[in-house]
Ligand binder design. Structure first.
Ligand code: ADP
Ligand code: MG
Length: 161
């Protein structure tokens, strides 16, 4: 099975993939989520939160820009769709999050690519045009840490659970 692309058929499957990834995350990890509205970025994020042991509802930070949660590690969940550019990220104090001790999940990350760290994991979600609930989820690691992370995820996904 090729891991760089995984297909899911339900929102729950997408969450389970996020949950698996969460078990492998360490302080300082930056995960970038890209894909159209309704692609499943928030669903995936909810799975990551579940995997980190966050209790309570995880909602889209569309209007708040960032939501913080306490789990096994702190989780910083961004949605930068409404930002006009990287200067808005300065106002948000993004560096404390990106280079801190928690995990960053950034929906629409490509909108602020100028301020993203050099190494990160890109996850691109695509809706399949002829199947309403099928999503193609592509992993693109940048840097050694994230290449290893994707390798570990591959083992997890290929194992029975
Ligand atoms: P985004 O954050 O990318 O805008 P959301 O996660 O908020 O997307 O919404 C995804 C929508 O697509 C939800 O309504 C969800 O129920 C639906 N959906 C259908 N199939 C899937 C799937 N395989 N994975 C994720 N979401 C799916
Ligand atoms: Mg969203």
């Amino acid at each position: 099975m090729k891991l760089s692309e995984i297909k899911t058929s339900t929102p729950e499957e997408t969450k389970q993939l996020g949950e698996k990834l969460a078990t492998l995350l360490i302080p300082g990890d930056v995960i970038c989520l890209n894909g159209d509205l309704g692609a499943g970025k928030t669903a995936f994020s909810q799975g990551v939160a579940r995997g980190l042991g966050v209790s309570g509802a995880v909602t889209s930070p569309t209007f708040t820009l960032i939501n913080e949660y306490e789990g096994r590690l702190p989780l910083y969940h961004f949605d930068v769709y409404r930002l006009s550019g990287p200067e808005d990220m300065e106002d948000l104090g993004y560096e404390d999050y990106f280079y801190g001790q928690g995990v960053c999940l950034i929906e629409w990350a490509e909108k602020v690519k100028e301020v993203l760290p050099r190494e990160l994991l890109n996850i691109n979600l695509f809706r399949e045009s002829n199947a309403e609930s099928v999503r193609n989820i592509c992993f693109e690691p940048v840097g050694k840490r994230y290449q290893q992370l994707v390798e570990e995820l591959k083992k997890l996904v290929c194992s029975r659970n």
